[in-house]
Design a protein around this ligand. Structure first.
Ligand code: NAI
Length: 461
């Protein structure tokens, strides 16, 4: 006899656990089926371990630059086992915190691999035969790294993001295939810890989807740091061991690159196979994403899907937001669909990138009467004090209208975005932002200055 709950959730990553916590806070009885520890890609194989290792890279850079500040410490060395142990400690602490939150809210965590037994009945079956049913079923099985046909990701020489985060050696030479968010974060990290990095990107520029001027800041900073980049390349194949050879075509010419490791970071794919979707009535698109409406409802009544399993930005905080929408739908609260154009993004390479809203190119494509303002950290007092002057703030706005997009590169950009996100979300005008007082000296005053300049009366240029 299957145990019955108000909501049964398949997958305990950010989408699934947020649905569980939010639903439980609203008084619903929840079962959460998870095959591993709760936390998903974000906590175990993504955001958190990646940011933790990037913090090790930042400490290394700070120590390397210490002499400039009159602090003598000598050349730093990297103890990778200690760094990995710290990373695991951070992950464990957050996992335990999450487990106790779920327990505190009386969420029943069902261990094991689950699959849909009957979608219309909202029934899940777990590997050991346990079944549970719900008035609602939320699918949140997430995503996995994608590879390139013909390239075997063996975890030894050819690595996915999962492998890089557990790597206990620094390859002397690394090729990174794919210059998106993951590729750029790993290029930054691996370079800082001592690898000779070459980034191979298929498109004409790195960081697709990022405003071109901001992506260019990263491109130039990477080049100055000694990261080698090839754009517009077609990777033909990866062969051999010691050395491994990457063959690629660039502007019609075939080149080869000898490396000690290859990282494949060409995107992620939804984990929609093997969870009982075939014949369930739940619609899946040709790329394997579960099809949902603005309330996260699938084609089967009472069945919802959230997070990386649906074709929206593969970000933990998007999963959180979608989980809330799904639970509000379950509760009959008629939630407003999310505005995916305004989602805040953060990319933690050095220099950091963060943005929300439309890029200049997309705003123009959509027919907006666009005005822009760009200010660089090179003139910002706090950035000069920090010795971190690479980067800029760019505001894209409608002429005499609201801010359409805020785009940042530079020191603490991922934290600075919060104000930009509010501006984009609340459709503030440049004059409204310009009238706000920004503390001096701070990095954030560059945002105020950039907005003020759009009124035609900037203070500092
Ligand atoms: P991505 O889609 O952001 O970038 C993949 C890159 O690989 C693209 O630039 C693409 O043009 C390139 N590419 C594809 N096939 C290629 C080929 N055969 N040869 C060379 N280049 C090729 O995917 P990525 O970086 O793997 O990240 C996946 C997702 O994970 C992101 O879209 C994002 O949603 C999420 N993520 C977000 C982060 C953040 O916000 N800090 C960090 C890491 C991941």
């Amino acid at each position: 006899m299957a145990e019955h709950f108000d909501v049964v959730i398949l997958g305990g990553g950010p989408g699934g656990y947020a649905a569980a916590l939010y639903g439980a806070a609203a008084g619903l009885r929840i079962a959460l089926v998870e095959e591993s520890r709760v936390g998903g890609t974000c906590l175990h194989r993504g955001c958190i371990p990646a940011k933790e290792l990037l913090q090790t890279a930042e400490v290394l850079r700070t120590v390397r630059d210490a002499a400039e500040f009159g602090v003598g410490v000598g050349e730093p060395t990297l103890d990778l086992p200690v760094a990995l142990a710290r990373k695991q400690k951070v992950v464990d602490k957050l996992t335990k915190g999450l487990e106790s939150l779920l327990k505190g809210r009386q969420v029943t965590v069902v261990p094991g691999t689950g699959m849909i037994a009957d979608a219309a009945d909202r029934r899940l079956r777990v590997a050991d035969g346990t079944e549970c049913t719900g008035d609602a079923l939320v699918l949140a099985t997430g995503s996995a790294p994608r590879s390139i046909p013909g390239i075997d990701v063996d975890g030894e020489r050819v690595l996915s993001s999962d492998h890089v985060l557990a790597l206990d050696r620094v390859p002397a030479r690394t090729a990174i295939i794919g210059g998106g968010a993951i590729g750029c974060e790993f290029a930054s990290y691996l370079h800082d810890v001592g690898s000779e990095v070459t980034l191979l990107e298929a498109l004409p520029a790195i960081l697709p989807g990022v405003d071109a001027q901001v992506a260019d800041v990263v491109f130039r900073a990477f080049r100055r740091r000694g990261i080698s980049m090839h754009t517009g390349v077609h990777v033909e194949g990866v062969e051999g061991v010691e050395p491994t050879v990457v063959r690629f075509t660039e502007a019609g010419n075939v080149s080869t690159l000898e490396v000690d490791a290859v990282v494949v970071s060409v995107g992620r794919r939804p984990r929609s196979e093997g969870i009982g979707l075939e014949g369930s009535g739940v619609a899946v698109d040709p790329h394997g994403y579960v099809v949902v409406d603005g309330c996260m409802r699938t084609a089967v009544p009472g069945v919802y899907a959230v997070g990386d399993l649906v074709a929206t930005p593969a970000l933990a905080h998007v999963g959180f937001a979608e989980a809330i929408v799904a639970i509000k739908s379950v509760l009959g609260e008629d939630p407003a669909p999310l505005d995916y154009d305004k989602v805040p993004w953060g990319i933690y390479c050095h220099p950091e990138v963060a943005f929300s809203g439309l890029t200049e190119a997309v705003a123009r494509e959509r027919g907006h009467d666009v005005v822009t303002s760009v200010h660089r950290f090179g003139g910002n007092s706090r950035a000069i004090v920090l010795g971190e002057t690479d980067g800029m703030v760019k505001i894209v706005a409608e002429r005499d209208g609201p801010v359409l997009g805020v785009h940042l590169a530079g020191p603490w950009a991922t934290e600075l975005l919060a104000e930009g996100y509010l501006a984009v979300s609340w459709e503030a005008t440049a004059a409204e932002i310009g009238a706000l007082i920004h503390a001096h000296p701070t990095l954030s005053e560059l945002f105020g200055e950039t907005a003020l300049a759009l009124t035609g009366r900037g203070l500092h240029g």
